[in-house]
Design a protein around this ligand. Structure first.
Ligand SMILES: C[S@@+](CC[C@H](N)C(=O)[O-])C[C@H]1O[C@@H](n2cnc3c(N)ncnc32)[C@H](O)[C@@H]1O
Length: 809
């Protein structure tokens, strides 16, 4: 059926008009108009189309349908169109049809057949076709129109009216065919369900025995109505297990979120990577272990401990998962922290001009994407559109740009969220505040920029002397061009603590000609919740010797500069010896043999350590040689920072030629000092470390054996060591002052002096001395004891003490 869209009923017939001739025509849904209009009043209720409770008021419905029909008939007369009737017209969008259908609804409810849903409609169509193929519904529509028209104009009844009546009765009988089809469909569904659900299928069967099939059919076609029927509600609830049969539960729903994750699980790797790594490391859980895990899913990495209560198992500290103690929402903001998100050049530092961009990347010429061989990356320059022709999407050397994108305010002025920022301040147990990751970071990924006030050397000295003299924490970092960043006012990066085994690196890059410093993830990446640390290598701690609390197995003991190779070897040897030498209060005689054995094995280990150090030093020397050769070649070709492709090829060709002879050849011509210095330094370090180790080991062993001999001798009846009696009568100790410790002055010269605060400690030192052995004495007490008793700095256990009087002033 075709009707005029009332809103577009006036067509624009001008030649300029671009309106399609069909644009104002609405193709009505046949089923919902012609057939409905016919069937509305005299079709008996069907099991599909209606229920008795909600059936529309017939009288009202009739009136309405009659009135509407006449209106539509009038419109359709003017707009008959063969194209549309033949079904080749473009159909009006569904929403308009629906709107139209809504208009057609009667006041008392939906028309009887009009609200049959789509599958039912299809069935009805098919049923109608089967009933009488000799006539066509289109004819009926025409006839209906004609009849309606005739009745409007009060003409003689058409002879086709008989056909119409036949059609009407055919449609009346259609629902019974439809019902049959529906029943068939229900049967087939039942069979499917039985095949699917086994027992659940049976449940369905028994349910259906109890519930009237008509109601179920009604449920299929008219969900809204049937939901009100208690019987159908029961039927629906009975069919729930079938839904369960269709949707399998996910494994984690039964076994917990951490199923399959073991202690080796790395949060920053994918499941597949983790599985691969664990398989390689041989720590994939056995089937038995997995079964244990199934019993009760516990927090990740702790289930093993709780469920497999095996005392021989390796135990580890329990830490709440990050998600549990995560402080999102209650951000910590230390009260004395003034945040600066961009470097601020202060005083004379502001006059120092930034470096121009000296490096150019040529990755586009080689077809690479600025990987680790990118010239800019090697020279610590960030790529941008001025120095790199690889597109921003492909270039992987635009870290600061990535950071900016992540952390700047979004377009809608929204602050970046915790994940974008990626770091948050947290309190630590013993090191003040620290910083932890609020997300994962890939190896080498930028984390946070270290910003603050950029100052020069003079200003740095002044601040250290005047402003920070009494501070516990220092935030000044050495920067480029003899400048420093003071992050006392600065970014969150200032809270990152030191570790001797860090997971991050602090490094500087030149970004658009300006040096900038940031924290980058280390080679293992960072997992969510991990504390971020880097190696301070802090020269200013050289004297102060702040005790390092990082807890790493390779901890150097104090915050300070990285120790030289020789110092490291010495410290390690010392540690080894300390570990095996008996403590003064131990019964050494009974342990002597054991200790001697231990010493022997330690000597073997130490020799091995020296050999390893020697090997790595030799390797470092070799590396430095080839690097220097490369540098020198670049210099000699006049090619400093901006590489030309032609020259580059020449240089690399030269390098290949020279390669075999480079190790034995003389140092490069342009920078002999540079070329020599590192190699010589390393050689010297190696020699001195070996020497130191040897002498340390020897002296320690000599001392040990000497002392143990002494003690053994003392165990036999031997005279006790002659320790002079100490007399505090003549001297008084001043309170310790600063690092120098207590000073001793004769009381007679200073009658007004107060009694010393630390006399107790002095007395305890004296008591130690009386016992014949000096234990390790540190700090002011040590200083005082050194002055008073003439101790050598670094005196160890087992030394005999001489008393030295302090000269009178
Ligand atoms: C740059 S600040 C780090 C943030 C500092 N924890 C805070 O609360 O402001 C450096 C100071 O932190 C402390 N610190 C950092 N790492 C440490 C460590 N591993 N052991 C002991 N103290 C540490 C030291 O006092 C150091 O002076």
């Amino acid at each position: 059926m075709v009707a005029l869209d009332e809103t577009n009923s006036t067509r624009d017939s001008s030649p300029e008009s671009t309106t399609s001739t069909l644009s104002c025509i609405t193709v009505m849904d046949r089923s919902s108009t012609a057939r409905n209009s016919i069937a509305a009043s005299d079709t008996p209720p069907t099991s599909v189309g209606e229920t008795s409770t909600d059936a529309p008021d017939a009288s009202k419905s009739d009136n309405k349908v009659e009135r509407r029909r006449s209106g539509r008939v009038r419109q359709s007369i003017a707009t008959y169109n063969d194209t549309i009737l033949a079904g080749t017209a473009i159909h009006t969008p569904r929403k308009y049809l629906e709107a139209e259908a809504a208009k057609n609804r009667t006041v008392s409810g939906d028309t009887l057949v009009g609200n049959i849903d789509e599958p039912a409609q299809r069935l009805l169509d098919e049923a109608t076709e089967k009933l009488d193929p000799a006539w066509d519904l289109n004819d009926l529509q025409e006839d209906a129109t004609t009849v309606a028209e005739a009745s409007t104009v009060k003409r003689r009844e058409s002879t086709r009216l008989s056909k119409l009546k036949g059609a009407a009765s055919a449609i009346a009988s259609a629902p019974s065919a439809l019902r049959k089809r529906t029943r068939e469909a229900m049967d087939s569904r039942k069979q499917k369900m039985t095949a699917l659900g086994g027992d659940k299928g049976k449940i369905m069967q028994s349910t259906e025995e109890e519930v009237d099939i008509t109601e179920v059919e009604e449920h299929i076609s008219k969900r809204k109505r049937i939901s009100k029927s208690p019987a159908t509600v029961a039927a629906l609830s009975q069919s729930k297990p079938i839904a369960e049969a269709c949707f399998k539960k996910k494994t984690w729903q039964n076994h917990g979120m951490y199923i399959g994750q073991s202690r080796g699980f790395k949060a920053n790797h994918t499941e597949a990577q983790n599985k691969q790594e664990q398989k390689a490391a041989g720590i994939i859980a056995t089937t038995a272990q997995k079964r244990e895990n199934w019993a009760l899913p516990l927090p990740m990495f702790t289930w093993e401990k709780h469920l497999m209560d095996d005392p021989t198992d390796e135990w580890f500290n329990f830490e709440l998962p990050y998600e549990v103690y995560n402080t999102q929402g209650r951000k910590i903001k230390p009260h004395d922290w003034h945040r600066i998100s961009k470097n601020r050049y202060v005083g004379d530092a502001a006059r120092i001009k930034p470096n121009p961009n000296l490096s150019v990347c040529e990755c586009d010429k080689w077809g690479t994407v600025c990987d680790e061989n990118c010239h800019n990356r090697v020279m610590r320059y960030e790529c941008d559109d001025s120095n790199c022709k690889v597109t921003a999407e492909r270039c992987t050397n635009r870290q600061f740009a990535e950071l900016k994108r992540r952390t700047e305010k979004k377009e809608n002025k929204r602050e970046p969220n915790a994940y974008d920022v990626g770091v948050e301040v947290m309190p630590t147990r013993d090191r003040g505040f620290g910083v932890r990751a609020a997300r994962t970071f890939d190896p080498g990924q930028i984390i946070v920029e270290y910003t603050g006030e950029v100052i020069d050397q003079n200003e740095c000295d002044r601040r250290m002397r005047e402003e920070y003299a009494n501070n516990q924490c220092f935030y000044i970092m050495r920067f480029e061009n003899k400048l420093f960043i003071d992050a006392t006012k600065g970014s969150i990066a200032r809270f990152v603590n030191h570790s001797c085994a860090p997971n991050c690196e602090m490094s500087t890059m030149t970004v658009n000609g300006e040096p900038r410093m940031a924290l980058f993830a280390g080679p293992n990446g960072i997992g969510t919740g991990e504390e971020l640390t880097y190696d301070y290598n802090f020269e200013d701690f050289g004297d102060a010797k702040t005790k390092c609390l990082c807890g790493a197995p390779t901890c150097r003991g104090t915050l300070g500069k990285k120790e030289s190779l020789a110092a490291g070897v010495k410290r390690k040897a010392q540690n080894l010896l300390d570990a095996i030498l008996p403590k003064p209060d131990e019964d050494r005689s009974s342990k002597r043999r054991k200790v001697a054995n231990a010493v022997r094995s330690q000597i073997a280990k130490t020799t091995h350590a020296v050999n390893t150090v020697a090997a790595s030093a030799t390797q470092a020397i070799e590396q430095s040689r080839s690097r220097e050769a490369r540098l020198a070649r670049r210099h000699s070709s006049g090619d400093a920072l901006v590489r030309q492709p032609g020259k580059l090829k020449k240089v690399s060709a030269n390098a290949r030629q020279d390669a075999p002879s480079s190790s034995s050849s003389s140092p490069p011509p342009r920078s002999p000092r540079q070329a020599h210095s590192k190699r010589e330094r390393l050689t010297t370090v190696l020699k001195s470390s070996t020497r130191t180790l040897k002498s340390t080991t020897q002296s320690q062993l000599t001392r040990y054996f000497a002392s143990s001999t002494q003690v053994t001798a003392a165990a036999a009846p031997a005279p006790a060591p002659q320790i002079p009696e100490l007399d505090f009568g003549d001297y008084e100790e001043l309170a310790p002052q600063g690092k120098s410790g207590g000073r001793l002055r004769p009381t007679t010269m200073r009658p007004g002096l107060q009694r010393p605060q630390t006399s107790a400690s002095m007395k305890s030192v004296a008591a130690t001395v009386r016992s014949g052995v000096v234990r390790s004495v540190r700090g002011p007490r040590k200083a005082a004891a050194m002055v008073r008793y003439g101790l050598q700095d670094g005196a160890g256990s087992g030394e005999t003490i001489r008393r030295v009087l302090v000269d009178d002033e």
